[in-house]
Design a protein around this ligand. Sequence first.
Ligand SMILES: [Zn+2]
Length: 114
Amino acid sequence: MQGWEQSDTMTDPYYLTPRWRRLRERILRRDGYQCQIALRYGKHVQATHVHHIFPRDLYPEYEWQPWNLISVSGEAHNMLHDRTTGVLTSAGVELMERTRRRLGGVPPGQPPKT
Ligand SMILES: [Zn+2]
């Protein structure tokens, strides 16, 4: 099971835990319930998903880091993951690289200084 959050095919019990549900709600509130991908293009779209920028399976150390989470619409989320395998698309990888640059490089295993 790779990085799908709240998708139709979701079976990972992680997304059912109260801890995740609380954090997810916090991120949506932080982002004003707006899709942050659409917002980059000046569009206001309601966010329904919270995406892990650095995928959980590859970067479990960033799993609970608010900086690693972003509110997105279902449509934007489908563009960040391959629908069948759940792995990041080039757009998903680009978002990861952009985040890494924005944070001044994230060393593996260490949270970035914010
Ligand atoms: Zn995702």
